[in-house]
Unconditional design. Structure first.
Length: 297
């Protein structure tokens, strides 16, 4: 009679153990699988993620103060140049000093070009491997983009405050009330928010931080020059005048100028908000799709 050489313990080990039975009186678990937990997070959790990621970016900015300092120096130099070099040669055709005319344009230009910093920060995280680390965490992809945008808006507020103080030193005398200032600041944050999605898309499609800064300045800086920021639109040649009168930054500049100088706003504020919605409708889905492709590589 032959006996099996396989130990009884090994045979028992090879047999899969039955699933554990639920305790008496406890219903079986019917909830969603663990991978679906991230989708069911509350709005509060999303907000917490955005705040934490924005705080991370602000801490990085504090550890590299040179970036913030140079972000302030460049607009200050523009204020001084346009005020004292071109100010005596430009006829605005309206009452008041040239400082009153140009400062709203400088503020919009500062908020617009500040969006390039958001794109640079996102490109740095993308090509530095930080976004790959975020993929291993239970963080929504939209929270990463929103965190960069929120930190950029906080930075823009600091730079805009410095620009207002500089303008006051060179003769800027706004006559708007507190509500006018609140409306002007809201419009400045809107233009910064809208342009942040443009630069974020450039960051996800470009090859690095240097490319983002080059493309961002090449696209946004001419847009601020061909507007009502520094000279009246009516003084421009025909085709350029038509473009300047119907581009988004002119609507923002006209609305902010009217608010700060206590002038009739007209339809400029409505056009500015409409431009913000249009830019976000186009660029937010494109940026989200590009971010999804970049983080899948």
């Amino acid at each position: 009679m032959q006996h099996s050489t396989t130990p009884a313990g090994a045979a028992r080990a090879a047999t899969p153990a039955p699933p554990p039975r639920p305790a008496p009186g406890v219903p079986p678990r019917t909830g969603p699988p663990p991978y679906a937990a991230n989708r069911m997070r509350s709005l509060t959790t999303r907000v917490d993620e955005i705040v934490v990621l924005a705080r991370r970016n602000l801490i990085q900015m504090r550890r590299r103060p040179a970036l913030l300092i140079f972000s302030i120096i460049e607009p200050v130099l523009l204020v001084l140049m346009f005020r004292f070099v071109f100010g005596g040669a430009v006829d605005t055709g309206v009452d008041g000093s040239y400082a009153d005319f140009m400062m709203p344009g400088i503020l919009v230009q500062t908020a617009t070009l500040g969006a390039v910093t958001i794109g640079s920060s996102l490109a740095r995280d993308l090509h530095g491997g930080t976004l790959d680390r975020f993929r291993s965490m239970p963080i929504a992809r939209a929270s990463v983009l929103a965190g960069h945008t929120l930190a950029g808006l906080v930075r823009s507020l600091v730079v805009l405050l410095a620009m207002v103080l500089t303008g006051l030193l060179v003769g800027f005398r706004p006559s708007g009330g507190p509500l006018d200032w609140l409306g002007a600041i809201s419009l400045l944050l809107l233009v910064a928010f809208a342009m942040a999605w443009v630069t974020a898309l450039v960051a996800l499609l470009a090859g690095g931080v240097e490319m983002v800064e080059t493309l961002g300045l090449s696209l946004l800086f001419p847009l601020t020059l061909i507007s009502s920021a520094f000279v009246p639109v009516a003084s421009m040649p025909g085709p350029i005048q038509a473009f300047a009168a119907n581009q988004p930054l002119t609507a923002f500049i006209d609305a902010i100028r009217a608010l700060l100088l206590d002038q009739p706003v007209g339809t400029s504020a409505g056009r500015a908000v409409a431009w913000t919605v249009a830019i976000c409708v186009v660029f937010v889905p494109l940026t989200a799709a590009a971010y999804h492709r970049s983080t899948r590589r």
